[in-house]
Design a protein around this ligand. Structure first.
Ligand SMILES: Cc1cc2nc3c(=O)[nH]c(=O)nc-3n(C[C@H](O)[C@H](O)[C@H](O)COP(=O)(O)OP(=O)(O)OC[C@H]3O[C@@H](n4cnc5c(N)ncnc54)[C@H](O)[C@@H]3O)c2cc1C
Length: 503
C-alpha cells in the first residue's frame, strides 16, 4: 500500500515538507486555509503592482536548490535569484547611514569612519559569529531536538559560545559605538526576537549572510512560491487552497488524517503541520502535554505592514533599508515587554523595484514598509489605530527618504496583528511564532515529531529551529529525519523537458 501524508499549510515550511515527503515516496496532499499558497509569503496584486506580503530577504539559497535536486530538477530552470547589494542600508536617526554588505573590506572601511576602535572589535565579533554559526547552524539547525539528551550534548558548546548573552549583549561586548551595536544586533527582529533578549545564537545570522549573501527572486518571493507549487504539481502533489483544517483526526491516539471546514475528511498515515503548533494542538482530539507547553510559550512580536505604490521612482533608495528610530532599547521594551504602541518607530522599507522594475507599472515604484509592533496581548485597538499609524509612518517617510510621498501615492493597503490571527492562524497574532529566546529554542521549542500524538509532525516557524525562510526550510529537513520511511515508495515521475519558469 502506498502511504499517504497530508501537509497542513502551504507556507515555505509546508511546501518544502511536501517536496521532501514526495521524494521519500509518500503520496502527498497539501491543504491551506488561504486562497493562495505561500502563507506569509503570499502576494498582493493590485493596479499593476506585485507586492510580496512577507519575506523579501532570501538567504542560504542552497536550501531552495536542494529541494529541486532532491527530485532530479534544477532550481535555475524554475526561477532566478539576483544578489542584492548592499544587503541593507541602515539609516541612523541623527543622519548618516551604514551599508551592511558582505565584503569585510567594505564593512571595515565604514566601521573605521564611525569608530576606529571598532575595527578590531568587528573582526573579533565576526570570528565569534562564525563559531556560533558552526555550532548553531551547521550542527543544530538540521538536527532533531526531540530528546533531552540531544540538548544536553550541545550545552557545553552553547555555554562556551556565550549563548546566555543576548545578541545586543554580544554586540556590546565587541563594539564601542552605539550605532554599530545596533547595526550588528537588529537581525533577531527578522525572526521576531528582541535583540536584548534573543539568545546570541542568533548572531549566526550575520555569518550566514556573509557566507551565502542576500538574494532577491526575479518576479519577487512569490515567484519562488510559484516555482515550488509548480514543482509539486509536476510531482503529482495537489496544493488545495481554501481548505481550512478544523480537526486533526486520531485513531487509538495516532494521527490518521484531517477534517476540513466543509466536513470532508482526508485519511493519511502521516499528518505534517506547517501551522502554528499552539493553534494546531487545539485541533487534535485529545491534546496532550505538548499542547500545554505550546500554549504557555511567549509569542514573538507582530507587525504593521503597509503596501503602496508611487507614480514616480525614488532611485536613490536602496532595495532594503532599515530606518532606525530615535529609541532602540526603549522602543523594543514597548513592543515586547510593555506591549504598547509607541509614537516613534523603527522601520524596514522594501523597494523591490530597485532590483526588478517589472513589479510595478513603468516609471513607478512598488513598496512596503514594515513596523514591528506588539502582538495582540496588547490592548491596542487596531480598528481605530491602523489608519493614524499608517499616516504617521507615511509622514515620517515623506520628511526623510521619500519627499512628496503623499502626492505620489497611487495605491495603499495595510495589515496589522489582527490579520496574523485571522489569516495565518497564529497565537496572539504573532508574526513569527514563539519568541526566539533561549528557553524556547532547540529542545525547548516545539519538536518536529509530536511525542503525544504518533504520526503528527511539525515544520514551520513555530517548530525547531524557528522562523525565517532558512529556518522553516531547515525544519522540513529535520522532519525528513524523523518521519518513518514508507514501506513502499511511490516512484517519482520523469522530469518534464523544462519546468515553466515562474514570473
Ligand atoms: C512581513 C514579514 C516579512 C518577513 N520577512 C522575511 C525575510 O525577509 N526573510 C526571511 O527569511 N523571513 C522573513 N519573514 C519570516 C518568514 O516569512 C516566515 O518565518 C516564514 O515564511 C514562515 O513560513 P511557515 O511555513 O512557517 O508558515 P506560514 O507562511 O505562516 O504558512 C503557514 C500556513 O498554514 C496555514 N494554516 C494554518 N492553520 C491552518 C489550518 N487550520 N488549516 C489550513 N491551513 C492552515 C496558513 O494559512 C498559512 O498559509 C517575514 C515574515 C513576515 C510576516
Amino acid at each position: 500500500m502506498i502511504e499517504r501524508a497530508v501537509v497542513i499549510g502551504a507556507g515555505f515550511g509546508g511546501l518544502a515538507a511536501a517536496i521532501r515527503l514526495r521524494a521519500m515516496g509518500y503520496q502527498v496532499t497539501v491543504v491551506d486555509a488561504q486562497d493562495q499558497p505561500g502563507g506569509r509569503a503570499r502576494a498582493f496584486r493590485k493596479d499593476g503592482y506585485v507586492f510580496d506580503a512577507g519575506p523579501t530577504v532570501i538567504t542560504a539559497p542552497y536550501l531552495l536548490d536542494e529541494l529541486f535536486t532532491l527530485v532530479g530538477r534544477d532550481r535555475q530552470d524554475a526561477f532566478e535569484l539576483v544578489p542584492v547589494d548592499p544587503f541593507y542600508r541602515v539609516r541612523f536617526p541623527g543622519g548618516g547611514h551604514f551599508d551592511y554588505v558582505g565584503e569585510e573590506e567594505r564593512l571595515l572601511a565604514q566601521i573605521e569612519r564611525i569608530d576606529p576602535r571598532d575595527v578590531d572589535g568587528y573582526r573579533r565579533f565576526a570570528a565569534h559569529a562564525q563559531k556560533i554559526f558552526d555550532v548553531g547552524y551547521t550542527q543544530l539547525a538540521s538536527s532533531p531536538f526531540d530528546h533531552l539528551s540531544e540538548m544536553l550534548r550541545v550545552v557545553p558548546s552553547m555555554i562556551q559560545l556565550e549563548s546566555y548573552r543576548s545578541v545586543y549583549g554580544l554586540a556590546a561586548k565587541y563594539f564601542h559605538s552605539e550605532e554599530l551595536r545596533q547595526v550588528f544586533s537588529f537581525q533577531p527582529l527578522l525572526v521576531g526576537g528582541n535583540p536584548f533578549t534573543t539568545t546570541s545564537i542568533y548572531a549566526l545570522i550575520h555569518w550566514l549572510e556573509r557566507k551565502w549573501g542576500v538574494w532577491f527572486a526575479k518576479g519577487g518571493t512569490t515567484a519562488i512560491v510559484a516555482a515550488l507549487v509548480g514543482l509539486l504539481d509536476e510531482l503529482g502533489v495537489p496544493v488545495r487552497t481554501r481548505s481550512k483544517v478544523t480537526r486533526v483526526l486520531t485513531k487509538d491516539g495516532r494521527a490518521c488524517g484531517i477534517e476540513l471546514e466543509d466536513g470532508s475528511r482526508l485519511d493519511a498515515e502521516l499528518v505534517v503541520s506547517d501551522g502554528d503548533p499552539a493553534m494546531i494542538h487545539r485541533l487534535v482530539d485529545a491534546p496532550g502535554r505538548e499542547a500545554n507547553k505550546s500554549a504557555r510559550m511567549s509569542s514573538s512580536m507582530s507587525l504593521f505592514v503597509s503596501y503602496f505604490g508611487t507614480k514616480r521612482r525614488y532611485d536613490d533608495v536602496k532595495h532594503h533599508t532599515i530606518v532606525l528610530g530615535p529609541r532602540y532599547r526603549g522602543l523594543l521594551e514597548d513592543i515586547f515587554k510593555n506591549k504598547v504602541l509607541a509614537k516613534d518607530f523603527s522601520l524596514y522599507l522594501h523597494r523591490p523595484t530597485a532590483t526588478d522594475p517589472s513589479l510595478a507599472p513603468a516609471g513607478h515604484d512598488a513598496w512596503y514598509v514594515l513596523s514591528p509592533v506588539p502582538n495582540l496581548q496588547s490592548q491596542v485597538d487596531w480598528a481605530e489605530q491602523a489608519g493614524p499609524y499608517q499616516e504617521a509612518i507615511f509622514q515620517a517617510l515623506e520628511e526623510t527618504m521619500l519627499p512628496g510621498l503623499k502626492g505620489e501615492l497611487t495605491t495603499r493597503s495595510s495589515i496589522d496583528p489582527r490579520h496574523f490571527l485571522a489569516d495565518y492562524h497564529t497565537k496572539n497574532g504573532a508574526a513569527f511564532g514563539p519568541e526566539p529566546v533561549l528557553t524556547q529554542s532547540a529542545w525547548f521549542r516545539n519538536h518536529n515529531r509530536s511525542s503525544d500524538v504518533p504520526g503528527l509532525f511539525f515544520v514551520g516557524a513555530g517548530a525547531h529551529p524557528g522562523a525565517g525562510v532558512p529556518g522553516v526550510l531547515c525544519s522540513a529537513k529535520v522532519m525528513e529525519r524523523v518521519v518513518p520511511r514508507p514501506k513502499q515508495a511511490l516512484p517519482l515521475p520523469k522530469p518534464r523537458a523544462a519546468l515553466p519558469r515562474a514570473a
